[in-house]
Design a protein around this ligand. Sequence first.
Ligand code: ADP
Length: 764
Amino acid sequence: MQVVFASAEAAPFVKTGGLGDVAGSLPRALVAAGADVIVMVPKYGTIASEYTDRMEHVADFYVSLGWRNEYCGLERLVIDGVTYLFIDNERYFKRDYPYGFFDDGERFAFFSKAVTESLQHLPEGFQCDVLHCNDWHTALAPVFLREFYQGLPLYERVKTVFSIHNIAFQGQYADTILNDILGMAHIPNAARQLRCDERSINYMQGALDYSDAITTVSPSYAWEIQTPEYGEGLDGILRRRSNVLSGILNGIDTDAWNPATDPMIHANYSAADMSGKKACKAALQEELGLEVRDDRPLMVMVTRLTRQKGMDLVTYALDRILSGGVQVAVLGTGDYEEPMRYFANKYPGTCAARITFDNALSHRMYAGADMFLMPSLFEPCGLSQMIAMRYGTLPVVRETGGLRDTVAPYNQFTGEGTGFTFANFNGDEMGDAVFRGARLYWDDHAAWDQLVQNAMAADFSWVRSADEYMNLYHNLHPEIDITKPAPIVQEPEPAEPTAVEAEPAAPAPEPTVTEAEPAPKAEQAAEPADDAKAEAPAKAEEPAPKAEPVAEPAKKTAAKKTTASKTAAKKPAARKTAATKSTATKAAEKPAAKATATKPAASKAAATKTAAAKATATKTTTKATASKATAAKTTAKKPSTASATKTATKSTTTKAAPAKAAAAKTAADKPATAAATAPKTTSTKSTTTKAAAAKTAPAKASTSKAATSSAAKATAKPAAPKATAAKPAAPKAAAQDSSAATPADKPAPKAKSVSAAKRMTRKR
Ligand code: ADP
């Protein structure tokens, strides 16, 4: 199985978030699972010279983009059995950050076209069977492939997979680029399927229509994005294409995150010998200035302090939690820094806040804590909860997206489970879940220890995910046999825990007292004893683990997995469907789609209607954000982005963290750029874009005319706000902080204008 994996990021070369992690780890796992993989990534100016120096130029050609003819070089680098082909065009990619530019629409249209064109220039013996595209930056590749290359023998066999890592970023632009950049205005089917309203086109929407298979990063998220609440306006298409949509969980780097060998923690430990964990807890309590006592459960958060991560609920419930006898330590940066400092000051010895990005400290926190809090509003997959479980730290999570799929709620009758969960985005429910954990910690050591064992035994390695992707590829190409090069390597037996020298504790920044009152509590702070009483009814009320609504996609995968003969039997049908779906002419698809034809139409109509209704409000907000963001951008963006890339490229073992570090560190940057990108294009288009175009003009194979003209034309427009039912009312603190909710945070159903604006470009 020969797979071309296209992504705008791939660790260790460039990473601003989870996409970089996935593109950095999954291809390696696919190779181990028996695939030949070529990863295509833009050759950004920020890629470290340790890599660029080793790249080998293998081909160059020109890529047509509307009326342009753009240079494209292919630079090869092979690492760990994975071939990387870097797409070289300095005009588009020799910049100081991957995203956030006025011409992102043009840059990533080029990238998508270059990927598609490159299939003719692959190394000897490599014939692409599957083109696997990721997020909106590569979303046009399946569209180009079917519209421009269909019929060429080389492309006929290529099946396309599109993976959604975050549906909030869709690549939505003014429809003028349909002609000017994409060169597709004359193709009615393409124009129709890319158009999302009367003046805009949407790259991701195109991929959802044109790809043979669609995946996202967890089964629950796969189901959620088919609802208006989470679908960001694309739920209609996703429902229509649900037969080819599946959710495949991300994995974590189980070598980098291993308590038995982690050199960054106070003492190593394993499921077989947990004594080191106690030492880690005591050391962490001491380091953070918390009371060193084992009878206090220590709950931590390592996170972006944003609305997406449930910080509204946290600020609402912290008084109850802290006064109830639970210690809390938070490591993160973002919009909720002040509230966290406030609580740290109000509860010395019980609450600690470290407002920074610190990878080593994050390791110590995962290792030293008893519980890990992650009450996200939405979570496509989430890595932190998996890391926590690997360290025997029980997660307390909201049942959404990947959290729902990775954390099994504790069942007091069977002892099963790997953590504590709650269903609704509600601070009291979150508090109840925290105290379910605390009560177990206090009252039933045996049950607690069993839960820890369960959590540590969970398998979050990439091996499982890679196998699922291989099954998916195999369903698209049943005629290709997959033979694994070697049996799956099992996790090495945890080494005998050895104490390691503790990292010198970072001097704790003295929290500053703020004037702000904390969010008013909705209830009395419960004493541990009181909570014990309150706990029983709470448990009884706890919703039983729901039958997964994602059963469908899951079933699909399961079915695919069963046996070779079974799969083979299924294959012709599968192939037929894929082929039918893949044709852009839709002639074949129509009869099948007829039955539901009214559905997408209706949803579109509804969306348009809502768009119209909301238009005024959205515009006003967007403009306001624009002016704010522009100012912020100039000050905050540059230095932080530089550090972002530097950090990301430096580290190989702790991939997720450094890039996140950069991302988190640049909290000021993220909001600024994310907001700036979108609104900028609408409100300051003529001035900003032209200036920027002039700046980036030195191109390898382009004219300044091209730059300016595309700059002016490739203006993005905020997506129409979706009509979503409002979420359960956020607590007061949420209301207070909502104004500060940054665009870096992933969209919240309530903040429609922000969410809409963010859909335009990906900027983590
Ligand atoms: P996100 O939505 O931010 O990608 P994930 O849970 O998928 O959330 O991944 C977050 C990753 O970033 C985890 O590896 C976590 O440990 C790391 N991280 C987040 N904030 C910090 C921080 N302040 N310091 C160190 N690591 C952090």
